[in-house]
Write a protein that binds this ligand. Structure first.
Ligand code: F6R
Length: 241
């Protein structure tokens, strides 16, 4: 793992944007793995700016999001489908049929998870997977204890994750109890991973990741075994290193 320490959130976002633009400008069929949450919002703003300044085209790009809540209508402002459309897709001219998220409203969720996994395989490896870091070390919605061998699956969300995400909802009771997420093995098959970490609240999690011990109790720790991980972290996130 390579750690790139930057001064603040905006620099983290800008650096991540440069790596992505470089990749999509030099790859014939780039596949991006995308995340939601607070961390990548700045990156998405930078990508939009690059598109507007004619530095990049997204016509040939395919995307797969890490996860989606179960049971929220797509039009719900807390669904990840809504988030991606509002914060990125509708601003960059990407053909919508080339963007993919798991369908958290599928009648058969297990089947949906397996179909999503197959679609990723058919499209080819994810070239760059963007990840945020959960306070408990989750990546995607792979909570502590998830087998490293997991593929895309339905998960019960940890109370701590529901609490952390309650800030987007009017109360914790409205935070869905389940989600569909890419599995840890699915994530590990990406050619390249960029983990974004910002803020003091993530300092303990980043320190645990960097201590090198690999354990299913801390899902992100598996990244220590991936050959091509770049962590872009700001000074605050690095404060416990
Ligand atoms: C989002 C995702 C999650 C977040 C993580 C950090 O698609 O898969 O793993 O990356 O919960 O969230 P933020 O960025 O809101 O701190």
């Amino acid at each position: 793992m390579e750690l790139l320490k930057v001064s603040n959130y905006d620099e983290m976002s800008e650096r991540a944007c440069s790596f992505i633009i470089e990749k999509i400008n030099h790859t014939s069929l780039p596949v991006l793995g995308l995340a939601t949450g607070s961390t990548p919002e700045g990156l998405y703003q930078h990508l939009i700016r690059s598109y507007q300044n004619d530095e990049a085209s997204f016509n040939h790009v395919h995307t797969f999001n890490l996860d989606e809540y179960v049971g929220l209508p797509k039009a719900d402002k807390n669904s990840y489908d809504y988030y991606m459309n509002e914060k990125l897709f509708k601003h960059i001219g990407i053909p919508r049929e080339q963007t993919h998220l798991p369908n958290g409203n599928a009648p058969d969720l297990k089947q949906e998870a397996s179909d999503y996994e197959s679609l990723i395989q058919q499209t080819g490896n994810v070239d760059i997977q963007i990840l945020g870091l959960g306070l408990n070390g989750h990546i995607g919605f792979n909570e502590p204890g998830t087998p490293f061998s997991s593929r895309t699956h339905v998960v019960d969300l940890d109370d701590s994750t529901r609490e952390a995400n309650a800030r987007f909802f009017s109360s914790i009771n409205e935070v869905p109890e389940q989600a569909i997420t890419m599995g840890i093995e699915t994530i590990m098959e990406s050619n390249e991973i960029i983990l974004l970490v910002s803020g003091e609240s993530k300092a303990a999690a980043l320190a645990r990741l960097m201590d090198g011990e690999v354990s299913e109790d801390f899902p992100a720790s598996i990244l220590n075994r991936h050959p091509n991980v770049r962590i872009i972290a700001d000074v605050a996130a690095c404060s416990s290193l």
